[in-house]
Design a protein around this ligand. Structure first.
Ligand SMILES: C[S@@+](CC[C@H](N)C(=O)[O-])C[C@H]1O[C@@H](n2cnc3c(N)ncnc32)[C@H](O)[C@@H]1O
Length: 358
């Protein structure tokens, strides 16, 4: 029953990409079939068009993903912004809202991760970046993923495999599958993605002997490792990566990977720390002295500018040089920002399936 449903879905997908025109399987009509001058997550026009998804950048860590339509408005920290003021503007433009300024940015996978509608816990950009590398995702790769969750990682993979690769993403929760499927359509990623409603630990993956990498973000990933191996290309081999918050999950995944013949099994924990460069306003003793007494730097400068003989100027110029050196080493220090302890998100376990010798 599951296989039949999947193969019907697969045929529908193949037909969709065959003539290059997308047809909605569920929900609203598709961007790619309704407009030709619009931008999406992989197609760039200079100016914002009706129906585009844009990122309204309000400030550090405050931004909103908005699908712009005439007659609608966004209410946020800086008041209200009518979408019609955004439509027709170049990406990157600074726009006045009723109580401040915002910037209109193109969506990237990192900005989408910051602004997407949360349906589950999500993977954040530092983990996403490392996962793409560990999985060796590149344009043309075929990747399987489970679970889809809110589609944070799914968007990054779909954009990375574009234009001719494919992401098969699986979730046990049908509503989440439908939501991400609609988002892929809205974001121009429908021809490179298939969202599948399936239990990865019982039904396995949509493809067999076909993909280059499998990513697992599941409560019991060890139960999906056998299916992951089955999904991977025997001829090309590939990579599997599993994300788990607990070390006990990591241990069980390791055991299973080893049992099934995977090699290069490694686990890393990524603990990112954001740093900020700030201007140091502290004053050195020499500066203080220079600014508060007639001797010191100002005096040295004055002496350097007049016509005194070189031998008379030298000691004062040395004072000036020493001050400059002191200032430049103490300015622009680096501090952790925001000032807080970086938190643990999870462990990433990766392994390689070697190609089968012929
Ligand atoms: C933490 S979320 C994944 C978040 C996702 N990586 C992201 O970045 O947005 C875990 C997802 O796994 C799904 N899930 C749990 N068990 C599953 C299973 N056996 N098969 C498929 N999906 C499953 C859940 O429904 C949930 O949506």
């Amino acid at each position: 029953m599951f296989r039949e449903a999947l193969s019907a879905l697969d045929s529908a997908r193949r037909l969709q990409s065959f003539d290059g025109v997308s047809v909605a399987l569920t929900g609203r009509s598709l961007k790619s079939s309704r407009r030709t001058t619009s931008s999406d997550f992989v197609k760039y026009e200079d100016k914002v068009a009706e129906g585009d998804t844009v990122i309204v950048y309000v400030g550090y860590n405050v931004m909103h993903a908005v699908e712009v339509h005439h007659g609608r408005s966004l209410t946020m920290k800086y008041g209200t912004l009518k979408h019609e003021y955004i439509i027709g503007k170049a990406y990157g433009t600074r726009i006045r809202a009723t109580a401040g300024f915002v910037y209109i940015l193109r969506p990237t996978s990192a900005l989408w991760t910051k602004t997407l509608p949360r349906r589950t816990q999500i993977l954040y950009t530092p983990d996403v970046a490392l996962i793409l590398t560990l999985l060796d995702v590149r344009p043309g790769s075929v990747i399987c993923e489970s679970g889809t969750g809110s589609g944070s990682l799914s968007h990054a993979i779909a954009m990375a495999v574009f234009p001719n690769g494919h992401l098969y993403t699986h979730d046990i929760n049908e509503t989440r599958v439908k939501c991400v499927e609609q988002e892929f359509k809205d974001h121009g990623l429908e021809n490179n993605t298939t969202a599948v409603h399936a239990n990865a630990c019982e039904d396995g993956f949509f493809v067999e002997n076909a993909c280059d990498g499998v990513f697992l973000d599941l409560p019991e990933p060890w139960n999906a490792v056998g299916y992951a191996k089955r999904a991977m290309s025997r001829q090309r081999g590939g990579r599997v990566v599993s994300f788990s918050p607990c070390i006990e999950q990591v241990q069980r995944v390791h055991e299973e990977l080893e049992k099934l013949g995977f090699v290069q099994i490694q686990t890393v924990e990524l603990v990112p720390r954001t740093l900020k460069i700030v201007e140091n306003e502290s004053v050195t003793l020499e500066q203080f002295d220079a600014n508060s007494t007639p001797t010191g730097a100002r005096d040295a400068k004055r002496a350097a500018d007049d016509d005194e003989p070189t031998s008379a100027k030298r000691p004062k110029l040395e004072i000036e040089k020493r001050i400059t050196t002191t200032v430049s080493t103490s300015s622009n220090p680096v501090i952790p920002f925001p000032v807080q302890q970086p938190t643990h998100t999870g462990y990433l376990t990766s392994a390689t399936l070697l190609p089968k010798a012929v």
